[in-house]
Design a protein around this ligand. Sequence first.
Ligand SMILES: [Zn+2]
Length: 335
Amino acid sequence: MADKTEIQMHYSAQMNSHPHMGTVLSLMTAFALGERLASRFKVPVTLKFEVLENAPREKVEANGLVYTKMLSDTYVDGVPISEIHLRSFIRLLEALKERSGISYQLLTYRQFQELPFVRKTLLDILNREEEFRPIISPSEDHLRVRFPCRQCGFAEKSGETTIIKERSGEYHLVLENECFQHGKQQIVLAPDNKDFVDMNTPLRNVIKEALFIEEAKSRKALDLMIDGGDWVAMADFVVSEGLSRLGYSYVDRPARIFTPIIEDWSGAKFSKSVYVQQGTYDYLPGGFLNLIEFEREFGQVGLDKLWNDVVSWVSDPKKLFRNYSAEYLLQVLRS
Ligand SMILES: [Zn+2]
């Protein structure tokens, strides 16, 4: 912190459901940590919340390939699914801002991919594809770059059919892929245009951290990534290797804190999909799955109880660098 004048925290979430207990606690940890760091270092702390509305939702198989449609292109009663879930996230973010005094900003994936730096870095990586492929897509012979069909919104998920159709100079590519229903489609990828381009998580994370490093340098900010504890394996190797090939040193990397994982009785990560499919957590309240349900069952008082507990986590490493069971949380809520 010696030469830093602010702290910029980062948190990202796919908009594939309303926040569940794991996400609520992870975000709470971020805000509580922000509050603590602000009072410890006497600098402004803000949280950038990256909205991943591009996560896949609908899925079809055709010609032996998987095609997916993004959450933002899948509608319920005329509203994109990503938007429905984002509204719950914003309610949670507002509640946590109020409790911590830490402000937040949203960055959607669409806004992210439109940034000239992001597009230029993606072009750099595509221009050196052979060098990046073994790190980012070790089991495939291509990088996962894709874009949705203009007519139906489906994109070929693995990027296997995406080709570089034309190259005019280093920073202007025409990419082409093929929709199973509507044939060949093209987009232009250049730093200053806005044709929508999607990429898979490892690729996005390398470019994202490069962006954060650049932004932090220009503002003398300390970058602090907050992720759920289950991201430990992925975050480090792939992103470190990718960044070093883009010319960033290890010392430039954002600081990173992993939040406690919420576990079920068996020690497995508390998972919404397991809950729904097997009904294995019947003894837990439905509010563990869904913020809307949580608010109905436990109200603001429940949120306060969790918040107070999380505030105690960030003041003691023994309580922060560990996991918590769903049963423990149930006790906190019933106390
Ligand atoms: Zn199509």
